[in-house]
Design a protein around this ligand. Structure first.
Ligand SMILES: [Zn+2]
Ligand SMILES: [Zn+2]
Length: 397
């Protein structure tokens, strides 16, 4: 291929694959990405035409290509954190598996980070042909704690002001190197709920003298599942999951209380409000019906990630023209996973695409957050190519 980037990408991919594997071997949890951030800084500080900015949250890295060039500024974001999971990949196939017990890159953030470093390396070489500025945002804490929200609050999308932002996510159930996209709401909004069921403790042999909070909790768990089945329209998407339930210590004692917590996912705000109201009503009234009392606390999480129409057009056109029409899978269904990329979209047009990792001919691939997930390095060059082309085309229009 005879374009601006291909030769440089081919040159740099082996370095980036090695970096990705190094990051995979040394995963760090949210807001503890010290080694990862330092590595990224090391790579970027060696690049001509790239200026590193002081950290905003501690472990983040924000850098700008062509900081003094007039024109628009496009941003590309990568997340750097790993998950509290014990890795179960085959050491014969993944010799670079996690060296940190109980911490693992099971969401592909090692690859997102490495590919964005690679993109900065390529763009640095052709900086004089980039008609504007490119901001590289390496964010901490995507899993569960909202590093994006913090970075945005500290001005990551300002100075210079970002005019549009892209990101990608590794996508297991999609052929390697293929790009897909969900227009509009692409990833879910979330809300956590915490329920304490108060009963009255008693001897396990004399239940009539107490109020059993475990029985009430069991009824609540079951009744919560009627929300999606009976209160949400079948064509709307929502999830109610109870992820933790605890109460009691002895086999012959009815405890005085019991706790549960869970998550609500949805794509449309109206659906979310309705589900939250029903969670509260069902928990409180079911408990009362059984003589107990439920205390319900709802905690808002991320809003939905909504892909901007114009940015989606650019991703689709770029994938079709640069990778080839066959490499673009079209508009895929939304996911009820949560992505804190949503916060960048509050400051500039934003869109995130999916990059396949499943080898051709293979029917399945370990899902994200699975202890056997590992990014497929064969997708590395295509991820970098998309990032480079999107940046150039965004600035040129
Ligand atoms: Zn994740
Ligand atoms: Zn992720």
């Amino acid at each position: 291929m005879n374009d601006l980037f291909s030769r440089h990408i081919a040159d740099i991919v082996p370095v980036i694959v090695a970096l990705r594997r190094d990051l995979h071997a040394h995963p760090e949890l949210a807001f503890a990405e010290h080694r990862t951030g330092t590595k990224v800084r090391e790579y970027l500080s060696a690049l001509p035409n790239v200026k590193l900015l002081p950290p905003l949250l501690g472990t983040d890295v924000v850098a700008i290509l062509n900081p003094d060039r007039p024109g628009r500024c496009v941003a590309i974001r990568a997340d750097m954190d790993a998950l509290p999971i014990v890795e179960e990949t085959d050491p014969a196939k993944v010799p670079y598996r996690s060296t940190v017990s109980g911490v693992m890159h099971a969401c592909g953030h090692d690859a997102h980070t490495a590919m964005l470093v690679g993109t900065a390396m390529v763009l640095s070489r052709v900086a004089d042909q980039m008609p504007g500025k490119v901001k590289f945002i390496f964010q901490p804490g995507e899993e569960d704690v909202g590093g994006a929200e913090g970075l945005c609050a500290k001005g990551a999308m300002a100075n210079p002001k970002v005019d549009g932002i892209f990101a990608l996510h590794a996508w297991p159930n999609q052929p390697v190197g293929m790009v897909s996209l969900r227009r509009g709401p692409a990833m879910a909004a979330s809300c956590s709920f915490y329920i304490t069921v108060h009963g009255q403790g008693s001897h396990g042999a004399y239940p009539q003298r107490g109020v059993d909070p475990i029985l009430a909790a069991a009824h609540i768990v079951t009744a919560l599942q009627t929300i999606v089945a009976r209160n949400v329209a079948p064509i709307d998407a929502a999830v109610v999951t109870v992820g933790a339930l605890s109460g009691g210590v002895a086999s012959n004692v009815i405890p005085s209380e019991c706790q549960m917590k869970g998550t609500i996912r949805y794509l449309r705000p109206e659906v979310g409000e309705h589900v939250q109201r029903r969670v509260r009503e069902i928990a409180e009234h079911t408990a009362v019906a059984l003589g107990a009392a439920a205390e319900v606390r709802l905690e808002a999480g991320c809003p939905p990630t909504i892909n901007h129409e114009r940015m989606c057009d650019l991703i689709e056109r770029t994938a079709r023209e640069v990778l080839g029409a066959d490499w673009f899978l079209g508009d895929e269904p939304p996911s009820l996973g949560v992505e804190d990329f949503c916060y960048y979209g509050e400051h500039a047009p934003a869109a995130m695409f999916r990059l396949g990792v499943r080898p051709f001919g293979q029917e399945s691939y370990p899902p994200l957050h699975n202890p056997r997930f590992d990014f497929n390095d064969e997708a590395t060059g295509r991820g970098m190519q998309m990032f480079c082309e999107l940046a150039r085309r965004f600035l040129a229009t």
